[in-house]
Design a protein around this ligand. Sequence first.
Ligand SMILES: [Zn+2]
Length: 406
Amino acid sequence: MQDVPKIVLKRLQETSAAGTHPDADLLTAFAEQSLAESERAQVMDHLARCSDCREVLALALPAMELVAVAASTRPGRSRWFTWPVLGWGVAAASWGAGRGVCDMSVSLRHDGTALVSCGTQDIGTGTYTVLAQVVSDKTGIPVDKVDVVLGDSSLPPGPTSGGSTATATILPAAIDGTNAAVKVVLTVASSIKGLPFQNGDDPPPLVMTAGRVHIKGEPPANGVPYGEILRMANLASARGDGRSGGLGADPRSRDYSTHSFGAQFVEVEWDPGIARMRVSRVVSVVDGGRIINKRTATNQMAGAIVMGVGMGLFEETIYDPRSGHPINDNFADYIVPTIADAPQIDVHFLDIPDFLLNEYGARGIGEIGLAGIAPAITAAVYHATGVRVRELPVRIEDLLGAHVSA
Ligand SMILES: [Zn+2]
């Protein structure tokens, strides 16, 4: 007799009560594998037609056990589950959120464009885009008029791309540099004669919004474009140097632990006929603080999930015991997922800002999309096959014991 979790018993009762399904007692007996011979035909005929009942029963038994039970209890008509067998797994994820040291130079130019430069790099995660967005947001200069220059060691020093820290690190420096450049523009503006906000004995406080310098509290339309102000002062640009310290330099970091969190849901398809296991669907729900750019963030999560599929099903470095040299040290022998191995991916962000890290509340993402994928895969593999695999990657050899006596 198989133990059936209480929550599943409850679901069986609800399902049974909800429509033209067998009695809850019969479904429970099936889940416990204690169904009387005389009642088998009735239950099996129903299960062959009813995916609702099969779905609830799949919560009680790994899918392959369910198939085995069905096969053993229904001679001659064994497989009312169509191949492949589905398995579901879930895992929680957590990854520390850090912030490093960064310098940044921001120039607001007389032609209405801006230049941001930093010695960090964009490895395809959207650093260029995020920097342009932030400077645009702070100044009102359109995103397509913000030039971002990265990847040169002659530029102000910036962080590496690693540990999910790049975005959280560059943002404060970019904000600091932008504020400094705007301050230069405002200082220049208050020294020029003939502007609507002519400086007198008591010059009004100025601000810059929507790319225009104006009196604080008045609409930007009453002001003057910052490029015009620079041209009147014969200046090519106003430059601000930004700097931000790491988390370790922040006294609040002694009182708080900063992490991102997530939940990874995986579906696998197991075809015992040809011993094929593949990840078919992944739903990833992530709290990575405020998401600055949903498109680049979603794509980064998708890449991390495919890496997780590699960790779960494919990747392993094999060492030569005599020399310690990696044997599969090339892309012909080291197996990584291809496009054909990539599952259907669905990414959701909670988008809750974490203001401990920076003004925008962005934590930076990367690893949080990978953490939890391999464990969720092994849980789904267990659900599909009844085999618990505790070493990665899951190999076909691990699953060959999962037979169905059809
Ligand atoms: Zn039913």
